[in-house]
Design a protein around this ligand. Structure first.
Ligand code: DAH
Length: 343
């Protein structure tokens, strides 16, 4: 039997052909149910037990070699046939171009761009600052007292202590940088990412986006601010929008206010979106505190100005009726695709 196996092994390793039919004929002769190799397996029962181990081993090698040989011949012939078929063919340049899916802007970018362009139309220029800030620009220059709770570990992500470096908690830090380096008149808006150590939920996140506004010149009044913000509200939420300013407090503005806009869903009477109040809270604002002007090297006797700051997520949630803030950060395409046509 060993002789027979050896002869077949030799035949297998010498076998070559250019025809697929011959490959198939060889397969049938060697490996089909009644072929040479399965027949040897059948005869294996009659092999002397002392020789079984070696014969079994050789038989398995034969079967493996035959299978490999056939499959490599088959692959080679198939590849040659394909190459022959494609020979001389040129790409068809008249074929219509393939479809390339186009992406869309992220809804936060859409809203930020709209806010930017509303203010750019009335002479504001965009300025940006670093996301990693020092204590001076994020807090001290903005008149935050030493023991102010916003400086607390609970709210701020610190990068280092002494010197105090942290992720900025608001874009108001950019107003300080602008005032330190530019002379009035200043009209600027500063969009950007901010960070706070908050538990993530449907209404809060540790990363979000703000747009800060700053206007400094001689004789700037609270009335100027009100007119500017009314213009913004009407451009953003519709021409019939009304605004209301409620007294508030920020260390960097005096007086300070919170601005609400009439609910853009119900228009005023009350609905679940405005929690039946008719108003939606949109931003903080106020007259820049003279201490802040002085901290930044601007003469507070000569100049005055207003500042405001708003959260982009909050406005986007309102405009698009998005109930969960986390959607903005998950980048689920089913969500993002809905804003494809927005610019
Ligand atoms: N920085 C404030 C915040 O993060 C927002 C703000 C309020 C900015 C009033 C201002 C302002 O410029 O005048 O909550």
């Amino acid at each position: 039997m060993i002789e027979k196996i050896k002869a077949l092994l030799e035949e297998v390793s010498n076998f070559t052909t250019e025809s697929m039919d011959e490959v198939e004929a060889f397969r049938i002769r060697m490996l089909s149910k009644k072929g040479e190799i399965p027949s040897l397996f059948k005869d294996f029962k009659s092999v002397d037990p002392s020789e079984r181990k070696e014969v079994g081993r050789q038989l398995n090698i034969l079967k493996q070699k035959a299978t490999e040989r056939l499959s490599s011949l088959k692959t080679r012939l198939e590849e040659e046939a394909l190459a022959k078929k494609l020979e001389g063919r040129k790409p068809d340049t008249t074929m219509p171009a393939g479809f390339n899916p186009i992406g869309g802007r992220h809804p936060l970018s859409v809203v930020r761009n709209r806010i930017n362009s509303i203010f750019e139309r009335i002479g504001f220029v965009i300025s940006e600052g670093p996301e990693i800030e020092d204590d001076w620009h994020n807090f001290s220059a903005l008149n935050f007292p030493e023991e102010h709770p916003a400086r607390d570990m609970q709210d701020t992500f610190f990068v280092s202590k002494d010197p105090d470096i942290a992720l900025r908690t608001h874009t108001s830090s950019v107003q300080v940088r602008v005032m330190e380096t530019q002379k009035p008149p200043i009209r600027t808006i500063s969009p950007g990412r901010v960070f706070r150590n908050e538990a993530i939920s449907a209404r809060a996140h540790c990363i979000f986006h703000q747009v800060e506004g700053l206007y400094i010149d001689q004789g700037v009044s609270f009335a100027d601010m009100k007119q500017c913000l009314l213009y913004f509200a009407r451009e953003m939420f519709g021409k019939d929008t009304r605004i209301r300013l409620r007294p508030s407090f920020f260390p960097f503005t005096e007086p300070s206010a919170e601005m609400d806009v009439s609910c853009n869903i119900c228009g005023g009477p009350g609905c679940p979106i405005c929690k039946y109040s008719g108003w939606i809270e949109v931003m903080g604002c106020g007259m820049v505190d003279p201490n802040v002007l002085e901290n930044c090297g601007i003469d507070s006797k000569k100049y005055s100005g207003y500042a405001f700051g708003m959260g982009i997520e909050r406005i986007a949630m309102n405009i698009y009726q998005i109930k969960d803030l986390r959607m903005f950060f998950e980048n689920d395409l089913r969500f993002l695709r809905q804003f494809k046509s927005a610019i």
